[in-house]
Write a new protein. Structure first.
Length: 265
């Protein structure tokens, strides 16, 4: 399968997904949304992939959000074009609507993350941002709302009052302010962005992949429950971890004073 507006590479258990529309600030048109859906399908089903990193081409934008120029063109589109777009939309499940995505995802925010771009980043587990990056949900300034779960995720991730301040004004956050509010995990100069992301990747890979998935599932599903219910609930990823080879490998490697050889099974 060939991709025209994104890149997808897998090496050493890490999938790297790149939005590749730099001429449009990596904005999300139907083709890019569909390709991203295909990539996350592969990350989810491929047991050899243990985590993913998503970013945008260049240093201007992670993603500027929905391609509003494309939306403007839709009014003049032919019936055939509209039908093709509808078909792609039916085959597309964005990351922000994969409510319990099983594997960790890191957002490498290399510039503007606005609208749907920020919604994509917020659906990741870790955000590392270049210090020049700006984040925001400016949809009300375009007569829209942050309907890609942004109006719901931002209050949950930074608190109600700070979120309302940005949601109701469309203001941007600097990367540093996003870090102060807990939306971003780390802010670094652009020249250090790759090395910093690689550091997070390396630390995740030091952990047993099934332990990482079990941890993520328990955290994310547990957020919707009262604390006692979250504690007593059985999680499928935890059952799989508890009966895995890696569950034995961890203590054995510790006792033998060596690096664990994780299998992911």
């Amino acid at each position: 399968m060939s991709f025209t507006v994104s890149e997808f590479e897998v090496a050493d258990h890490v999938a790297r997904i790149t939005l590749n529309r730099p001429e449009a600030m990596n904005s999300l048109n139907p083709d890019l949304r569909w390709e991203l859906s295909q990539h996350f399908d592969e990350v989810e089903r491929n047991d050899d992939i243990w985590l993913a990193v998503v970013t945008g081409t260049g240093d201007r934008a992670f993603s500027a959000g929905a391609d509003l120029k494309h939306r403007a063109r839709e009014a003049a589109a032919t019936d055939e074009e509209r039908a093709a777009w509808r078909q792609k939309a039916q085959e597309t499940t964005p990351l922000n609507q994969r409510w319990h995505f099983p594997k960790p995802v890191i957002a490498r925010v290399n510039g503007f993350a606005l609208g749907g771009g920020l919604e994509l980043a917020m659906s990741c587990d870790i955000i590392v941002a270049a210090e020049h990056a700006e984040l925001g949900l400016p949809e009300p300034r375009r007569g829209l709302i942050a309907g890609g779960v942004g109006v719901h995720r931002l209050p949950r991730q930074i608190g109600l009052k700070p979120a309302m301040g940005y949601l109701l004004t469309g203001r941007h956050l600097s990367a540093q302010r996003a870090f102060e509010l807990g939306l971003v995990n780390e802010v670094v100069p652009l020249g250090e962005l790759d090395a910093t992301v690689d550091g997070w990747v390396a630390d995740i890979l030091r952990c047993a992949p099934l332990s990482v998935r079990a941890t993520k599932e328990a955290v994310m599903r547990g957020l919707d429950m009262a604390l006692p219910q979250a504690f007593y609930t059985e999680y499928e990823s935890e059952r799989r971890r508890a009966h895995s080879e890696d569950m034995l490998e961890g203590p054995r490697a510790f006792a033998e004073k060596r690096t664990p050889n994780w299998k992911g099974r």
